[in-house]
Ligand binder design. Structure first.
Ligand SMILES: [Mg+2]
Length: 125
């Protein structure tokens, strides 16, 4: 079975676009509207999540808090996480990486580059 990606973004447009791009690559996709929803979907997944793509600016729980929470759960220390955010200042990227993101992409991101990065995170160039 193909890998299962959790896409966390409060923008429906972004969720749908990223989901479309990932499905086109053959990945299975679950979406969440914010960090809280993301945690629920991650922890409640009967079909385990293999990778997370997360926004930063979101209501209820932002992406940095979300990543921190995910990393604090022992079972998810190795889960690949890619940030996809409009916040592209060096200090934002630095913070995201320090909290445990494996990769940080700034919006708007090229679909081809996004797919390339996901494959790299899955260890398949
Ligand atoms: Mg947002």
């Amino acid at each position: 079975m193909s890998e299962h990606i959790l896409i966390v973004d409060d923008s429906k447009t972004v969720r749908n676009l990223v989901a479309f791009i990932m499905k086109r690559e053959g990945y299975r996709v679950t979406t969440a509207e914010d960090g809280m929803d993301g945690l629920e979907k991650l922890f409640g997944a009967s079909d385990p999540i293999d990778l997370i793509i997360s926004d930063v600016n979101m209501p209820r729980m932002d992406g940095f808090t979300f990543i921190k929470q995910v990393r604090e759960q022992g079972a998810y220390t190795d889960l690949p996480i890619m940030v996809l955010s409009t916040e592209g200042r060096p200090e934002d990227i630095d913070q995201g990486m320090k909290l445990g993101a494996n990769l940080y992409m700034v919006k708007p991101a090229q679909p081809e580059k996004m797919v390339q990065n996901i494959k790299m995170l899955f260890g398949k160039k």
